[in-house]
Design a protein around this ligand. Structure first.
Ligand code: TRP
Ligand code: ZN
Length: 468
């Protein structure tokens, strides 16, 4: 799918260049694909030189040893001529790589898996890279101290990948600018279940193992890919408007508040559809799991089936968090930030959705929520559209000041134009990506009021404005 126009990124030549061992036969040709897309906050995330259209993951998991093994078939188009390109992969052991069926040379360096196809790729070439790999996937610790990647649970595992955790379980172009379709098949010992994104295309049981095949046809960013392995109580249903539901809940999540929150999912989705436009995906649901104590703590808007990994006492699903993660289906999953500094486009909208819901339920008014956010000191640590580092990607300004941007926009544009904005912004980038400049230009087209000063102050200003 269309990738971000790649910022001119210096091609940091990998320390161990493959040509050393290749006899130099192809080394004189095209340059290397860059080891990152040039994201200001996560420079190594993603890669240059190609654009992925599909991931075919065919994996097998052993919950006792924690070992994952299988193949990833990455179907992509070369966006430039390259003699080598990178995939992102953290840990695990690569056994073999082929490109279009022919053995390819490969090297590991940090989280880069560099692949040198037998034949160099020419701009526009479609190709398939097949990576055979195995190992015990690791949990990654991010700059802010939080965990992502592959969480082992006592009955299986849960994969969560924001911002760069998908590389803990499959090789790919791990950046939101490159969305793709997926087929995710995971085989587990019979009796266990696998839940993932998209729709369940089928299960096959043979030799004491069951393979679950999940198909994701809507474009999906790597950070939104998930797989849950373990014992789940599965509930299937439909919302009133007909969206199929697949809810997988760890049987130990028996707190009545969790059940009560999940029961309201159809109502929340329908309510959000009236505000944000038609629900964009073919199905919905949840994954509710139990992580070892102290590891999780945050829910994630995994595409079309958000994850709620309780890691301590109940309840695992809180109503306002469910509203938040479901709103991300429009803001984040359907229209995806083009780079990580645009993350306020996810979290600002999701926080604003929580404010709207609370008011809708007869609780705190949106005005009161905005006033509280304005009064909180943490809101002002940095401007929401310019997080200073990866450690601040999920800090308070991104959420609460991001929501205040929307609050101020509503006051400046008026209710009518603002509700049009909420309803049409996701559709304007249906299944794609957008950055902050796309958003401000879009908002400006909906009003004659000059939004420049407002946006400069609230999105980029360092100082706290004098008043709301
Ligand atoms: N994006 C998630 C949400 O708000 C939260 C999240 C992901 C997060 N990674 C994090 C929160 C790291 C804190 C730290 O729905
Ligand atoms: Zn969020």
């Amino acid at each position: 799918m269309p990738a971000l126009a790649r910022a001119a990124m210096p091609v940091l030549l990998l320390a161990c260049c493959l040509s050393c061992s290749s006899g130099g036969a192809v080394a004189s040709g095209a340059p290397d694909g860059a080891p990152g897309v040039g994201d200001r906050l996560l420079p190594e995330a993603g890669n240059g030189g190609y654009d992925v259209s599909h991931y075919g993951l065919d994996l097998s998991y052993d919950p006792v040893g924690g070992r994952l093994s299988g193949t990833a078939v990455v179907s992509a188009t070369a966006t430039q001529s390259v003699s080598r390109f990178d995939l992102d992969l953290s840990g695990l052991t690569v056994g073999a790589v082929t490109v279009d069926g022919r053995p390819a040379k490969f090297r590991r360096f940090g989280t880069e898996l560099t692949v040198q196809p037998a034949r160099q790729l020419t701009r526009g070439d479609r190709f398939q890279a097949t990576v055979t790999y195995a190992g015990v996937p690791q949990l990654l610790t991010d700059a802010d101290g939080s965990h992502e990647g592959w969480f082992r649970t006592d009955d299986g595992a849960l994969a969560l990948g924001e911002p760069v955790g998908s590389m803990a379980w499959f090789p790919g172009n791990d950046h939101p600018s490159d969305k793709a379709a997926y087929d995710i098949t995971v085989s587990v010992p019979a009796g266990l279940s696998v839940v993932s994104n998209g729709e369940l295309a089928g299960t096959t049981t043979a030799g004491g193992r069951t393979a679950f095949h999940w198909r994701v046809t809507a474009p999906m960013a790597t950070y939104l890919a998930t797989v849950g392995i373990g014992h789940y109580d599965v509930t299937r249903g439909r919302t009133r408007s007909g969206v199929p539901l697949y809810e997988a809940v760890d049987p130990r999540s028996d707190d009545p508040r969790t059940a009560a929150a999940v029961k309201r999912l159809p109502e929340i989705l329908d309510w959000e559809s009236t505000l944000f436009g038609p629900y964009p995906f073919a199905s919905s649901g949840v994954v509710v799991d139990h992580l070892p104590r102290g590891l999780g703590g945050y829910a994630l808007e995994t595409q079309n089936r958000p994850s709620f990994p309780g890691d301590s006492g109940p309840p695992a699903v809180q109503l306002d968090t469910l509203v938040h993660e479901l709103s991300h289906q429009w803001f984040g999953d359907w229209v995806t930030p083009a780079s990580w500094q645009d993350i306020w486009l996810n979290e600002g909208f999701a926080t604003y959705a929580e404010w709207l819901w609370t008011q809708h339920e007869g609780g705190t008014s949106v005005d009161r929520s905005a006033a509280d956010a304005f009064a909180a000191e943490a809101t002002w640590a940095f401007p929401p559209a310019a997080p200073p580092s990866a450690a601040e990607l999920f800090a308070a300004p991104v959420y609460s000041r991001g929501a205040l941007v929307l609050y101020e926009l509503r006051r400046a544009m008026g209710d009518r134009a603002f509700s049009t904005l909420l309803r049409t912004w996701p559709a304007a980038h249906a299944g794609g990506t957008a950055d902050t400049a796309d958003f401000t230009a879009f908002a400006q087209r909906l009003t004659t009021h000059d939004l420049t000063p407002l946006l400069r102050t609230w999105l980029y200003g360092k100082a706290k404005p004098a008043h709301l």
